[in-house]
Design a protein around this ligand. Structure first.
Ligand code: NAD
Length: 476
């Protein structure tokens, strides 16, 4: 049974100990503008100390049995679950999302740790003859660094901790400066189940990420964030040939065919386009609707979006929260400024000044903007989505693929053969049919093109934390 945590103070965790820094900083609750608690601003000395502790811990952790690691991870997952209410409240406070989405995030973090705990990359005998035996095995890399964005801080940290630790690596979590709080607590909780140095956390300002990717100690960077930053991470990691997994941005198309049941499909599209106020890498970001159902579909989507309740995630009935931080708020507002300049047709929403504290923006649908406009070509990462019409299957596939991104995509039709035919031509790491977002246990999650390198999930995700080693035994 885990000891209770104090959810009001926040420290780095280095070598099993809670540590403080001379300088501290804090964030604000994006729904109210009120200050959250102080957190550490890590220095180069903190990075050196954490990397050294992780390297030391790796020596013995990498030699533990799979059973031992599995047991520790499962007990850890139980402890996170036992604190679910506190993690949920903290997520609402720091990220701004509604309670029910925060609760989903905690559940997903727990289930991903449990799923990874059960996975094992067993050695495979490739060849066994009287003369020769060949074995393929996977060995842990060493120290991993998990760099986490601000949209799903708890879930994304968990998606890195599970596979790193079950394969015998140690890991240092670096949260986004905008959302350090749940990550700090989940790593503090880990100290009750793992030896010092196996799971650590450093919080800090914008200088911390580069300090970690430049450091010669870590062997692996698992990064989730924008494609822009992902390229910098890769450039930095290349100096010491660190392994990288890059989970980056997306501009997901949803292709809606003419035979769909509009009333059934529209709520799902509205959900997947506006979840977390659009701040989701695999949210629907371009809606391609068959032109024969365009008006009916648009009007139903407008009705669904008008039913959303915007507000503080703790308020009863709130379905959508604010933009998480001022930087993103300004970016999204800049895109909204195009509405007037480019004379886009607004089907619903359009306002960015709602006359209240917090970074709130009205959920907005842009009806049939030009295909080369910013709202179609860029990832807004906010509550605004364009509807584009189509009438020819080959052309819509071409348009859907006409982007450097390739994270997710979906096809919506009653004709499953047609859906699969379209799906197989889409350049994206996850393609859903009559759905968007719902994961399957142990499926791969990663991007094609500039949406990423490598992937997370399942045994393949574990391989991202391992070296492959072939042992060739000559028997005579
Ligand atoms: P971001 O790239 O600005 O930051 C991500 C993380 O990288 C943060 O922890 C940040 O502090 C750190 N960082 C910034 N500069 C760095 C540098 N030079 N070196 C090392 N680390 C650095 O992204 P964000 O704004 O936090 O998140 C939004 C983006 O993330 C969107 O593009 C979204 O699509 C993407 N995202 C992708 C996935 C996925 O799984 N593919 C999931 C969530 C978010």
């Amino acid at each position: 049974m885990a000891t209770q945590l104090d959810f009001t103070t926040f420290h780095n965790v280095i070598n099993g100990k809670l540590t403080s820094t001379k300088e501290t900083r804090h964030n604000i609750n994006p729904a109210t503008g009120e200050a959250n608690a102080e957190v550490s601003v890590s220095t180069a000395e903190d990075v050196d100390a954490a990397v050294a502790a992780a390297q030391e811990a790796f020596k013995s952790w990498s030699k533990t049995s799979h059973d031992e690691r599995e047991k520790a991870l499962l007990a850890y997952a139980d402890a996170i679950e036992a604190h679910a209410g506190q993690f949920q409240d903290l997520l609402v406070l720091e990220q701004g999302k509604p309670k029910q989405l925060a609760s989903f995030e905690v559940v997903t973090a727990v289930s991903s740790i449990r799923a990874n705990a059960k996975l094992e990359l067993k050695p495979v005998v490739l060849e066994d003859t009287p003369e020769k035996k060949a074995i393929q095995r996977f060995t842990p890399l060493g120290v991993a660094v998990g760099i986490v964005p601000w949209n799903f801080p708890l879930m994304i940290a968990a998606l890195k901790i599970g596979p790193a630790v079950i394969t015998g690596n140690t890991i240092i979590i670096k949260p986004s400066p905008f959302t350090p709080y749940t990550d700090i607590k989940v790593v503090e909780l880990a100290q009750q189940f793992f030896p010092p140095g196996v799971i650590q956390i450093l919080s800090g300002d914008d200088s911390l990420g580069p300090m970690l990717t430049e450091h010669p100690g870590p062997a692996k960077i698992s990064f989730t964030g924008s494609s822009f930053t992902g390229k910098k991470v890769m450039a930095s990691a290349s100096k010491t040939l660190k392994r990288v997994t890059l989970e980056l941005g997306g501009n997901d198309p949803a292709i809606i065919c003419e035979d769909v049941d509009i009333e059934q499909v529209v709520p799902k599209i509205a959900f997947a386009a506006f979840i977390n106020s659009g701040q989701v890498c695999v949210a629907i970001k371009r809606i391609f609707v068959h032109e024969s159902i365009h008006e009916k579909f648009r009007d139903a989507l407008v009705r669904a979006v008008k039913d959303f309740k915007l507000g503080d995630g703790n308020e009863e009935g709130v379905t959508h929260g604010p933009i998480q931080n001022s930087m993103q708020f300004e970016k999204v507002k800049d895109l909204f400024a195009e509405i007037e300049k480019e004379k886009w047709s607004v089907a619903t929403g359009g306002r960015t000044d709602l006359g209240r504290p917090g970074y709130f923006i009205e959920p907005t649908i842009i009806d049939r903007p030009p295909i080369d406009s910013r709202i179609v070509t860029e990832e807004p990462f906010g509550p605004i989505v364009p509807i584009v019409t189509w009438n020819d299957e080959a052309s819509v596939i071409k348009e859907a693929n006409n982007t450097k991104m390739g994270l997710g995509a979906s096809v919506w039709t009653k004709d499953l053969d047609r859906a699969q035919r379209i799906a197989e031509q889409l350049e994206a790491g996850c393609v859903w049919i009559n759905n968007h977002l719902e994961p399957s246990v142990n499926s791969s999650f990663g991007g094609h093109k500039e949406s990423g390198i490598g992937y997370e999930g399942g045994l393949g995700g574990l391989m991202g934390y391992c070296n492959a080693q072939s042992i060739h035994i000559k028997k005579q």
